[in-house]
Design a protein around this ligand. Structure first.
Ligand code: SAH
Length: 225
């Protein structure tokens, strides 16, 4: 029985990869998606949907992102392998695992303690020892380890937070959904010699970034999942 389930998941994963190939060119990103077992980052009752190209609930009103969005955001960071990357919004830990496949060190920050604990446990169990999970403090991000060559924000912000630009290295790349609480545009911001430049990568919909640099914790219009 377990073997049947396994082969169904493997088949679903191959179908997902074929679908992602329409939009994702970076073979390293596709290989990372192929390596990371997404089913380990969701609850058992959702296991059959692990390789559907859609977000899934992970509890506490939060979601694991759609695989295409994970792949697009990761591709936009253009990682070469030696970078230190900051992720904001650990959630399930899945995006952190994808980053850990592609670069030397990943620092990831989460404001919901049970999610941070669960993600840290799953990442350790899978052997991702190059990921550090932190519980969010009062400041946005994780300035202690700055600067980062890449910063990836997996929650929606009303604007590009200056606190994150301060944690980005001079040549660094910041990928962040910016917009309203209903819909956002995925932006790639770079901190070049001529100042900040931003490129639009497409529309997206994320749960809100809360606290400093995001929305007030009392002002959230999202339905609970
Ligand atoms: N990257 C995750 C999905 C993230 S969902 C994955 O792969 O599963 C967005 C997450 O951002 C939620 O878990 C939410 O609690 C968290 N979050 C919201 N505001 C935050 C903040 N200011 N700092 C850190 N995490 C935050």
């Amino acid at each position: 029985m377990a073997r049947v389930t396994y082969s169904l998941l493997e088949r679903a994963k191959s179908q997902l990869l074929a679908e992602l190939r329409h939009d994702i060119r970076d073979e390293r990103v596709l290989a990372a998606i192929a390596s990371v077992p997404r089913e380990k980052f969701i609850s058992d009752d959702l296991r059959a949907f692990a390789y559907d190209n859609r977000p899934l609930p992970i509890g506490h009103g939060q979601t694991i992102s759609q695989p295409l969005i994970v792949a697009m955001m990761t591709e936009a960071l253009d990682l070469k392998g030696g970078e230190k990357v900051l992720e904001l919004g650990t959630g399930s830990g899945y995006q952190a695992a994808i980053l850990a496949e592609l670069t030397a060190r990943v620092v990831t920050v989460e404001r919901v303690a049970p999610l941070a604990e669960k993600a840290a446990a799953v990442l350790a169990e899978l052997g991702y020892h190059n990921v550090q999970v932190h519980l969010a403090g009062d400041t946005l991000g994780w300035p202690d380890e700055a600067p980062y060559e890449g910063i990836l924000v997996t929650a929606a912000a009303p604007a590009v937070p200056s606190a994150l630009l301060e944690q980005l290295s001079p040549e660094g790349r910041l990928v962040i959904p910016v917009g309203t609480q209903d819909v956002q545009e995925l932006l790639l911001a770079t901190n070049g010699p001529g100042g900040l430049t931003a490129r639009r990568l497409g529309p997206c919909r994320f749960v809100p970034l809360l606290g400093a640099g995001g929305w007030p914790t009392t002002d959230v219009g999202f339905p609970a999942l």
